[in-house]
Design a protein around this ligand. Structure first.
Ligand SMILES: NC(=O)c1ccc[n+]([C@@H]2O[C@H](COP(=O)([O-])OP(=O)(O)OC[C@H]3O[C@@H](n4cnc5c(N)ncnc54)[C@H](OP(=O)(O)O)[C@@H]3O)[C@@H](O)[C@H]2O)c1
Length: 301
């Protein structure tokens, strides 16, 4: 595949409420440095800024971020602000609240419902905005999300947030949230090498309700927060070879083939990987290839 000229447009768009987004988006978590949740070496600032600008140049209009994506010297939100403000009119920035980290980067327990306004405001300050396009409640294992989601629904009524999403949820949480306020997106862990019947069910449920399903760790797969490894299933390698593509591109393309409402938010701090990931928008897998990849996925379970 010739990557450099392919833009996110090749995979089309989806609407989060009234906001159109490119189905190939960008996850900001990997911009701040190495190692899991980035207690490691902080990233090169100019390189991260270049990745963000290149993403927008290549037609990405959906960036996923959080105030808790930071390393000792870098904040994903600050990098986004520096690289992209004044923001293009068509750029949609989605933030997540629920988890939080103290100044040393140590994780706290879940925010209480009455603390969520402060967490939204922290994102607003860092991004330099007066309202957030999309805010997810990132569930922290609570059984019911009603109180937390209700607090976000109030912030939506107050105009601080345009649309709401939920993350790390089970199928029943979608109905619980929808009874309180409209949900435009669900963000769960979902990857080719990680079969998960609950997320499969949720993906289908979202499709039926016109709600976007946004997988995270679609490239990193089973390795999760540790980041992508060089080990790939033979089927992934075979499909990649057939298209002159890379395994990461096959993983992103497989994600996009799961339905028109499924959005990709691959994360990278590497400008070459960014170009490669956006180019996966144009990678069309055959039914036979999808069947082979799905069969390998079931075996992984
Ligand atoms: N809701 C939640 O609980 C939750 C949790 C985690 C993440 N997220 C969101 O989901 C987004 C996606 O997750 P992610 O960024 O961790 O995972 P990802 O996109 O699945 O994978 C990122 C990993 O893959 C590598 N990578 C990316 N593109 C590559 C390519 N073309 N070739 C080889 N390696 C490549 C990255 O390293 P390089 O930087 O070296 O490219 C990094 O190690 C995050 O950025 C974040 O916005 C949400």
């Amino acid at each position: 595949m010739t990557y450099r000229t392919i833009t996110a447009d090749a995979a089309g768009t989806w609407k989060l409420g009234d906001l159109s987004v490119s189905r190939v988006g960008f996850g900001a978590m990997r911009l701040t440095g190495s190692a899991a949740f980035h207690h490691g070496t902080p990233s090169d600032r100019e390189r991260s800024i270049a990745v963000l600008r290149k993403a927008v140049e290549l037609g990405v209009t959906h960036i996923d971020t959080a105030a808790f994506y930071f390393s000792a010297l870098r904040s994903a939100n600050e990098l986004i602000n520096t690289a992209l403000a004044p923001y293009p009119d068509d750029l949609v920035i989605a933030a997540k609240v629920g988890p939080y980290r103290d100044y040393h980067g140590e994780w706290g327990t879940s925010a209480r419902p009455d603390q969520l306004r402060g967490h939204v405001e922290e994102n607003l300050r860092q991004l330099g905005r007066d309202h957030l396009d999309v805010v997810y409640l990132r569930r922290m294992r609570q059984d019911s999300i009603a109180e937390h989601f209700g607090a976000l629904a109030e912030l939506r009524e107050a105009g601080l947030v345009r649309h709401l999403g939920i993350s790390a949820v089970r199928p029943r949480h979608l109905a619980e949230a929808q009874a309180i306020a409209p949900v435009v997106c669900v963000q769960n862990r979902y990857a080719l090498d990680r079969p998960d019947p609950e997320s499969d069910a949720l993906l289908r449920l979202c499709g039926e309700q016109n709600v976007a399903f946004v997988p995270f760790y679609a490239v990193a797969g089973d390795a999760g927060e540790q980041g992508a490894t060089a080990a790939h299933d033979e089927e992934v390698l075979a499909v990649a070879r057939a298209h002159g593509a890379t395994p990461a591109q096959v993983r992103i393309a497989w994600t996009l083939h799961q339905g028109p409402h499924v959005l990709a938010i691959p994360g990278t701090g590497n400008p070459d990987h960014l170009v490669e990931n956006v180019a996966a928008a144009a990678l069309r897998l055959t039914d036979e290839e999808l069947a082979r990849l799905n069969a390998a996925r079931l075996q992984a379970g």
